[in-house]
Each structure stands twice: as structure tokens, then as C-alpha cells.
Ligand binder design. Structure first.
Ligand code: ZN
Length: 74
């Protein structure tokens, strides 16, 4: 029997990567918010960049996951 939809390992892997990227993003946004106004401009800049990178990473992970589902029909 061919692999069923639930069995696609690549899809599971991509979903997990997206999940992780999403939590990273949420953590970095929380860190950014909690430091807003209480930290130096330089430190804030570092946190801001980290959260921006996390946002890009999460977005890319989402696109990769969606694209795989389309290409693979899974
Ligand atoms: Zn797949």
C-alpha cells in the first residue's frame, strides 16, 4: 500500500519545524515587549533584530510546509 496522507514524514518534519519556528517567534516577541522602555537602545536593537529574523524564519517554514502539501498532495 502506498503511504497514506497521515504518513508523510516530510510533512511531519516540516510541520514540526514550523511549530518550533513559531514558538521561537513568540518567545522573541515576548522578550522584545518585556524589554521595551527598560533597556538601552542597543540592546533593544538586538532583540528587535532577533524577533524580525524569527518572523522571517517562521514565515519561510510556513511557506515551505504549504508548498510541500501542494506538491505532494499530502
Ligand atoms: Zn508529503
Amino acid at each position: 500500500m502506498m503511504g497514506t496522507q497521515m504518513d508523510c514524514e516530510e510533512k511531519q518534519r516540516l510541520l514540526k519545524a514550523y511549530d518550533e519556528a513559531s514558538s521561537e517567534l513568540s518567545n522573541s516577541v515576548t522578550a522584545l515587549r518585556s524589554h521595551q522602555g527598560t533597556t538601552s537602545q542597543a540592546e533593544y536593537e538586538v532583540l528587535y533584530r532577533a524577533s524580525r529574523d524569527a518572523h522571517i524564519k517562521a514565515e519561510q517554514a510556513r511557506v515551505t510546509f504549504e508548498r510541500h502539501k501542494q506538491d505532494h498532495n499530502c
